[in-house]
Write a new protein. Sequence first.
Length: 129
Amino acid sequence: MDNNERNKNNDRTRDRDNDFSIGELLLRVLITSIVVAIAAFFTPGFTIDGMWSLLLAAVVIGVLDYLIQKFTGVNASPFGRGLSGFLVAAIILYVTKFIVPGFNISIWGAIIGALVIGIVDAIMPGRAM
């Protein structure tokens, strides 16, 4: 295989990685919602007032994760990137409190919630945060 063919194959792979469908986006929001709901259930100092707050929080968490990953290169997976990923996940949870009405979390709740999300993320297939 010559250089031109390799470049074309690499371009196609990059395009496929950057493309996503609405279905994939909705699935990602649904998985994030489930993971956040589980974390809120098991975490003291972490409450969500309703389904709309949960869905909006999932969207906000996804957007914040994307922006942080895009600009810093740090993946917010609590266990996937060690201490930095864990801290970024906790910060994302805490910042979401100020954006989403009905999403209430304390600093300790964000830390414990990031730990719970990391455990649930390790058990559930797919990428939540």
